[in-house]
Design a protein around this ligand. Sequence first.
Ligand code: 13P
Length: 251
Amino acid sequence: MRQNIVAGNWKMNKTLQEGIELAKDVNQRVNAITPKCKVVLGTPFIHITEVVNVVDGDKVAVAAQNCADKVSGAYTGEVSAEMVKSTGAAYVILGHSERRAYYGETNAILKEKTDLALANNLRPIFCIGEVLSEREANTHFDVVKSQIKEALFHLSADDFGKIVLAYEPVWAIGTGKTASSDQAQEMHAFIRGLITDKYGKEVADNISILYGGSCNPKNAQELFANPDVDGGLIGGASLKAEDFLAIITAF
Ligand SMILES: O=C(CO)COP(=O)(O)O
C-alpha cells in the first residue's frame, strides 16, 4: 500500500535547543490531529538522538540528511549508516541536490550510500531532479532517468520497494518558484513508469514519490491532489511548526 509522507528537511538550520523545541511542537500538533500521512523530521546529525526521544515514533519518524559511503574507519567527520541507525532514525535523505552540487556526490557514490543505508535497515529518501538549464534544454526526463538508473536500478525489487523517492527540481528549491502541479504530476508519472518498466506495476504502485521545491501551505493541497504525488519533502516551510502542520493537513 502506497504511503503518503510529509518529510521536513531542516538542512543546516536550528541549534540543538531550537531543534528540540521545534520537534516537540510538531509532535504535539501532529498528536492533536489524525494525520493522513507519515511525518518525518530530517534533522542535522547531532539533533537526531534528542529528537527521537521527544517524538512519538509511531507518528513522527526521524531522518538523517546524509550518511557516509563507507562502512567505518578512518574517515574524519563522516557518519556511517550504522551509526545513524543506532540513534533511532528510521530514514536517511540521500542525493539531495545540495549534496550533489556542493559536496560532489555522484550517482556512483549515491549507489554505495543507498546500499549501506538499506543494509542497516534505514529507508532512503532518495532525491532526484534537474537544474534549470536541463529543463530549458528539455533534457529533464533523461537527467532524472540517469539518476535513478545509475544509483538505484541495481537493487532487487524487494530492496527497491523500501526506497522513498523525492523529485526536487533544483530550480524550485528555496526559490519560491514551485513546479506547477502539472509539471510535478508529469514527472512523477514518468518516474513511476520507469519503475514499472524495470520492476513491474506492483512495485511501482507501492513506491511513494514526494515532491520538493518551495512546497508551502498555499500550494501543498494542489500538488498532493495529483495521483502520482504522494507527499512532500519540505525545506523552508518545515522550520516553522505551524507551516509544516498546514502542509501535513493538506491531504
Ligand atoms: O530542498 C528542499 C527539501 O529537501 C526544498 O527546499 P524548500 O522547500 O526550501 O524549497
